[in-house]
Design a protein around this ligand. Structure first.
Ligand SMILES: [Zn+2]
Ligand SMILES: [Zn+2]
Length: 426
């Protein structure tokens, strides 16, 4: 990185963490911000940049917006980009933003860094002083932190002479509608060679980054099954076909799909998340509707589960004299981290958190992540940023008490800046 004009700070992990490893980290200086690595090899940005990122995180947390409604969030992000004098295009994928720095020569390397911006339809119960000001909408997945991290990375990289171009993708609608797909359709990946991102994760400690090649998030598919019977009097079941009984039996049958038909070496799950039907205690319901999701980690398993589910639904017709229909809504493809990009991510993580801080993922998450849409076009890697708050171990992501340790913000910013530099070197 001899071409960097930014301040290069040589830092040394302590013998406790890395007895033989000396980490050379090239970090930019931002408004005289000093960066170093402490004894746990965690990157330390000085108080000014930390405060800047924390303010961003808290502002966004307090003003959450649902998928494709991130108008205020986008306005706020563009304000911060203006502060950094970074050019941008807004209105990408409706409420997304593309920003960029570096040269625009066609043969220069170009790296994409992505953050998602949307919140969830949850009534916040954290009691934080910067709790949501919008009832029923909450940042319960850490996307407020992701935006702050990406702006922090932009601040760091802006001060560098970078040997290429970095594109910052502030993406809407990760939680529900696949905003990434629209970002791609809107040209967000034009000229981008590789893309990187990270997600806050309370399963890891602050100062840890989990880097794993291959599949890290599942296929997600949703289904809607309708069962139609013959309604009637609750006391005269012999004159009816009870759709609620049929629905109940179907739910129990579905449990054997994963446990008896899928190779147990491939993690998979089917969950019926909602059942509706019936109108009164003394009325046999004519119709019942089941809504659920299928999560799989292998395309063959996905196919097998879908075929098996259809078979079981159809079987209800003959078994119980009911009519059925099933609608399958394909969700996000799986996130599959590219091997070479993962190696770059690992190098960047090492530079930021040292060898003890770099973790793997022992098993894939069966959650969905629309980062996968970018990876269908170009190689890239998504990592997890440790952000556990020990006092909130039971407050899972997507729960009303979710919060994360804000000391993860500078780690994320440093990683994103570093991985961009690593990718441009490659
Ligand atoms: Zn989420
Ligand atoms: Zn998320």
């Amino acid at each position: 990185m001899g071409t960097l004009s930014c301040v290069a700070i040589k830092t040394r992990a302590t013998t406790r963490v890395a007895p033989t490893v000396e980490i050379m980290v090239e970090i930019c200086h931002v408004n005289q911000i000093f960066i170093a690595i402490d004894k746990y090899a965690k990157m330390k940005v000085d108080a000014k940049l930390i405060a800047w990122m924390r303010e961003i995180r808290r502002h966004i947390h307090q003003n959450p917006e649902l998928s494709f409604q991130e108008f205020d969030t986008a306005r706020y992000v563009t304000k911060k980009l203006r502060e950094l004098e970074i050019p941008f295009r807004k209105g990408v994928a409706r409420t997304g933003i593309l920003a960029w720095i570096g040269d625009e020569k066609p043969d220069s390397p170009c790296v994409g860094l992505r953050a998602d911006m949307d919140a969830l339809p949850i009534l916040e119960k954290t009691g934080l002083p910067f709790s949501s000001s919008r009832d029923g909408v909450m940042h319960a997945c850490g996307h407020d932190g992701h935006v702050a991290m990406l702006l922090g990375a932009a601040a760091l990289l802006k001060k560098c002479h970078i040997p290429g171009r970095v594109v910052f993708l502030f993406q809407p609608a990760e939680e529900s509608e696949g905003g990434a797909r629209e970002m791609v359709a809107d040209g967000a990946l034009e000229g981008v060679d590789r893309i990187f991102s990270g997600h806050i994760d309370r399963h890891f400690e602050v100062g840890e980054i989990a880097v794993q090649p291959g599949l890290i998030c599942a296929f997600t598919d949703e289904f809607r099954i309708t069962i139609r019977g013959q309604g009637g009097h609750a006391a005269k079941p012999h004159e009816t076909t009870d759709s609620i009984v049929v629905a109940s039996l179907l739910v129990m049958s579905i449990q054997t799909l994963v446990s008896r038909e899928v190779n147990p070496a491939f993690p998979s799950v089917i969950t019926v998340g909602k059942i509706s039907g019936g109108s009164a205690p003394n009325v046999i319901a004519e119709e019942a509707v089941l809504l659920g999701t299928i999560r799989t980690t292998h395309s063959d398993v996905r196919e097998k589960v879908i075929v098996g589910l259809k078979r079981m639904v159809m079987a209800m017709e003959d078994l119980y004299n009911a009519e059925t229909s099933m609608e399958l809504v394909p969700g996000y493809p799986p996130v599959i981290n590219d091997q070479a990009a993962t190696e770059l991510a690992r190098r960047a993580a090492l530079a930021v958190v040292g060898p003890d801080g770099v973790k793997g993922l022992p098993y894939p998450s069966l959650g969905g992540e629309d980062f996968s849409f970018y990876l269908q076009d170009i190689p890239g890697c998504m990592v997890r940023f440790g952000a556990r708050r020990p006092d909130l171990v039971s407050a899972a992501a997507h729960s009303p008490r979710f919060d994360f340790d804000e000391r993860a913000l500078p780690v994320g910013a440093e990683y994103l800046a570093q991985v961009a530099l690593e990718a441009m070197k490659a």
